[in-house]
Design a binder for this molecule. Structure first.
Ligand code: BG6
Length: 483
């Protein structure tokens, strides 16, 4: 690992992500002594402000978004002292020299975090180049959306590549910063138990669900041009799928892990029958929890054909996964907030219990990523008794609650991990260009199918599990979504 960088520069420093995630995460790293003493954090955005103004802005964000037990005034003050601010209109090149002057000596290294509108990527890179802020000791981290399809994502990647080589480009998928997502690697490659049956011989199908109860959250401008497929499946869900389906990498490093993930992403079977293998939906009015909520179009204030729900039956065409469906679904305004992976194993080849009346269920492994964090293996057990009326068997959970097992360990925000890795230069949990492009190739074909086959989102009630057709998608394979 290379030496920690001395300066951090945040574009979009007054934005929502910065307030909710970046500033609290950086504060968390500071509070735990993980940032080197001299590391400064310079924010930049359009708003006119000085250092004091930005520190007041950050103090307010921390007050709002830090848990109460993390609000030690002296620690917060120490963190605020690291902050600086330079106003900048990134759409023109003029202000970048002043930004460079503000940053001062960057010979100790500079890590840039870009979280701005996609239209500003190009001008920002040009501005950084012109101000000499792209040298060998500068790294850049990019937050989504990085394009809306393969072409636009390539354009962005080309622009960035004109100033930063791939090894200094860190693309964020915040799911990879989540502890439970990294735990998939620990579960698969830290235990001998699973690997022998982790394939088409042992596994019947896999389900990946990322459901949310929130709606548009004031992000209409972005979301309506994106939709569930591009907002959630193209990135987070395909990364989860890749971690579940990848071959064992030879070592835990950025090259080995990303090489294996990209092979999976390139093995995704192109979806040609989008009308048969996918279902899209858009939420209508309903109730989420006890709260009555309006429809997507009401929230948006106009008619729209953007999907807020998508379900897909996917396949990975390689030896390991031949014939194993991967059912993916994600939606807004659903019954519950839940991210989970369900691995459904195959039945035992022969039951010795059937003549004694005992019915077997195949094993199920549930990896719950959020809101709870657990790994649960459903196994068959014999009910206590003398079995005079036959053997009674029942599915019981073998439970590993990560919250309980690691009680007392603070749960970090995904961005804490990613920001620290960026500062320290470890690319393992960032998405490589070839991965992003393989993801887009698969997603673009689905979208093209929707256009060609006239697929329109079906209405579903807010607070439900999506349109009925999503149930039919799995039921015709005799599979039920885990709910
Ligand atoms: C973001 C999407 O990438 O992930 C949002 O743009 C979504 O629409 C969010 O709400 C979900 O993240 P998390 O960490 O809350 O599961």
């Amino acid at each position: 690992m290379t030496r920690p960088f001395g300066k951090l520069l945040l574009f979009g420093a007054t934005g929502d992500l910065s307030q909710r995630m970046l500033l609290p995460s950086l504060h968390g790293l500071h509070a735990d002594g993980l940032l080197t003493d001299g590391l400064t954090i310079t924010g930049t955005a359009r708003s006119e402000m000085d250092d004091a103004g930005f520190r007041a802005f950050a103090a307010k964000a921390l007050d709002e978004f830090l848990p109460d037990d993390r609000k030690d005034p002296a620690t917060i003050q120490g963190f605020l002292d690291r902050l600086h601010y330079q106003p900048l209109d990134a759409s023109t090149i003029e202000g970048f020299d002043a930004l460079a002057t503000k940053l001062g000596d960057i010979s100790g290294g500079l890590a840039i975090f870009l979280s701005t509108a996609p239209s500003l990527f190009g001008p920002t890179i040009e501005g950084l180049k012109s101000a000499g802020l792209t040298g060998d000791n500068v790294r850049i981290s990019l937050e989504k959306p990085l394009g809306t399809d393969l072409d636009t994502s390539r354009q962005i990647n080309d622009i960035v590549a004109s100033a930063f080589p791939e090894e200094r480009t860190f693309r964020i998928d915040h799911y990879l910063g989540k502890e439970t997502v990294q735990n998939i690697l620990a579960l698969r490659f830290g235990n001998a138990l699973f690997e022998p049956s982790w394939n088409a011989r042992g596994i019947d199908h896999v389900q990946i669900t990322v459901s949310e109860t929130v709606g548009l959250e004031g992000r209409a401008g972005y979301y309506d041009g994106s939709g569930a497929l591009r907002d959630m499946v193209q990135n987070h869900m395909l990364q989860l799928l890749a971690l579940i389906a990848m071959e064992p990498p030879s070592r835990f490093d950025g090259t080995a892990i990303r090489d294996e993930k990209v092979k999976v992403l390139r093995s995704l079977r192109p979806i040609t029958d989008a009308d048969k293998l996918t279902v899209t939906g858009q939420y209508g009015p309903g109730a989420v929890g006890a709260k009555i909520v309006g429809s997507y179009e009401e929230e948006l204030g106009r008619p729209s054909t953007t999907e807020t729900f998508v379900a897909i039956k996917a396949h990975v065409d390689n030896w390991r996964w031949q014939g194993v469906p991967f059912y993916l679904r994600s939606g807004k305004r659903m019954a519950e907030r839940r991210s989970e992976i369900v691995v459904q194993f195959k039945p035992v080849p022969h039951s010795i219990f059937s003549e004694r009346g005992g019915a077997l269920q195949p094993n199920t492994l549930v990896i719950r990523l959020q809101p709870e964090e657990y790994v649960r293996l459903l196994v068959m057990a014999k009910e206590p008794g003398l079995d005079r009326d036959g053997v009674r068997l029942r599915e019981v959970p073998l439970d590993l609650s990560l919250t309980t097992a690691f009680a007392g360990t603070r749960r970090r925000i995904a961005y804490e991990r990613l920001l620290l890795d960026l500062i320290e230069g470890d690319p393992t949990l960032f998405v490589r260009r070839d991965e992003v492009e393989a993801q887009w190739v698969w997603i673009d074909a689905i979208r093209q199918g929707w256009i060609d086959q006239g697929v329109r989102p079906k209405p579903y009630a807010s607070g439900s599990w999506g349109p009925n057709a999503a149930i039919a998608l799995t039921e015709k394979d005799d599979v039920t979504w885990n709910e």
